[in-house]
Design a binder for this molecule. Structure first.
Ligand code: GUN
Ligand code: ZN
Length: 433
């Protein structure tokens, strides 16, 4: 299925900028019906209405949607094993379900098998790039990066830091964390499409000394990413206030240790105030909104509108296994419903932008991924606009482009994915031809 030069025909949909909140017809939407996307050596080299010459291998998907691969900005590779676990809110869910599953990753063979399964599953859901939490074990990071490299995927990840308030078989120490991070960064950071993220699980599971270590790494090398959880659940927020009584807010615990910067990805950010939002926006950091997780764990309703109004970059994330699907389509549909509960309307455009170009730009990767622009790497997905009698009927009667794409976003999932290309290579094919 590999060809150096290929041309993909379909209804090309991407963004030239950020759509305005609530605008169903923004100029930033670029829809090129029945166009050919030209790919050479894994990169997009052109878009044209006419069929290319015979030197391109033609993949004709007329009538299907062609989008940049989705970017999942917050997901846990080991938590495939705990997706859809019944019965608890965050802190109990971590102890009961998640920590035992993560502890099994001390076994390298298990870590490698899980990493491969996880990345193949991501691609099969239309996600071609991700910001990932493996586990506290350095070997789980090696396994994930090696599997990503084998697939040519853009992956940002790092060893989970947790030196307290966790089971004995899952805690590290300041010293071991420093050693592991140094080795992992040397081996993986900036290698091909891989980048290292200083990965603080969340404030309660790192001592002040370990947070300080994480901050030092970020200060010493600004090219490193940082990922953590922030203000997800009310009991968690109370706990952080008890553990860090001097901090103005949960965010402040991170900010004052050097963990708030342009390469920071904060998962959730539900229970924030205006000062927190202003600080995140001012730093150029982003919030990875994980609506399916927020609903499933009963964490709360994310204030996307307030974040947007404050100038915070918001991306969309699955947060599997707190989230119940790797499909970012499903997560976007959940995001719409979360906003509806707050009396807001999330357009398909704002949601899709957050899952593609918006996420890419917030990660500083806008020149590599997130749009169908010549020069970008060809991480591209082909989607069936409707699968099944009801979605087909709904698509038939849709009057506007937004109506049609919104119905796809709301009714679709991974079963709509026809083919996923990672750097121009078809990695997933629903119907091999
Ligand atoms: N907070 C700390 N760890 C986790 C995790 O694994 N998942 C979620 N959703 N929140 C967390
Ligand atoms: Zn998470």
């Amino acid at each position: 299925m590999t060809a150096d030069r290929l041309a993909i025909r379909g209804d090309l949909l991407d963004f030239t900028g950020a759509p305005g909140w609530g605008d169903t017809e923004p100029a930033a939407v670029r829809f090129r019906s029945g166009h050919w996307l030209l790919v050479d050596g894994g990169r997009i080299v052109g878009v044209q209405a006419e069929a290319p010459g015979g030197d391109f291998d033609r993949h004709d998907h007329a009538g299907r949607l062609v989008l940049p691969g989705f970017i999942d900005t917050h997901v846990h590779s080991p938590q495939i094993d705990v997706i859809a676990s019944y019965g608890s809110e965050l802190l109990d869910w971590l102890t009961t379900h998640t920590f035992p599953a993560e502890a099994r990753h001390h076994d390298q063979a298990h870590a490698e098998a899980t990493a491969a399964l996880f990345l193949d599953a991501l691609i099969a859901h239309g996600t071609t790039a991700a910001v990932v939490f493996p586990t506290v074990h350095a070997g789980s990071v090696d396994a994930l990066f090696a599997a990503a490299e084998a697939r040519g995927m853009r992956v940002i990840a790092g060893k989970v830091l947790m030196d307290r308030n966790a089971p004995d078989d899952l805690v590290d120490s300041v010293d071991s964390a420093e050693r592991d991070m140094r080795r992992l960064i040397t081996r993986w950071h900036g290698r091909g499409r891989l980048a290292y993220a200083v990965t603080v699980r969340f404030a309660p599971t790192s001592s002040p000394a370990q947070l300080a270590l994480a901050g030092r790494f970020c200060r010493d090398d600004p090219s490193l990413y940082m990922q953590t959880h922030l203000a997800e659940n009310r009991a968690e927020v109370r706990w952080v206030h008890e553990l860090f009584p001097d901090a103005r807010s949960y965010l402040d615990v991170y900010a004052r240790t050097g963990l708030l910067h342009a390469r920071s990805v904060f998962a959730h950010g539900i229970w924030l105030d205006d000062a927190d939002r202003a600080a995140i926006a001012g730093a150029g950091a982003q919030i990875a909104h994980s609506p399916s997780s927020n609903l499933f764990l009963g964490s709360g309703l994310f204030g996307w509108r307030a974040a947007e109004a404050a100038g915070v970059a918001v991306s969309v994330a699955s947060d599997v296994g707190g989230g119940t699907s790797l499909s970012l389509l499903r997560n976007m549909a959940d995001a719409y419903k979360v906003q509806a509960l707050a009396g807001e309307r999330l357009t398909a455009w704002t949601a899709l932008h957050a899952a593609t170009r918006g996420a890419a730009e917030a990660l500083g990767l806008g020149a590599e991924i997130g749009s169908l622009q010549p020069g970008r790497i060809a991480d591209v997905c082909v989607w069936e606009p409707a699968v099944g009698a009801v979605p087909l009927r709904r698509a038939e009667v849709a009057r506007t482009l937004h109506e049609r794409v919104f119905a796809w976003m709301t009714l679709g999932d991974e079963r709509n994915l026809v083919r996923a290309y990672v750097a121009g290579r078809a990695h997933y094919d629903r119907s091999p031809s």
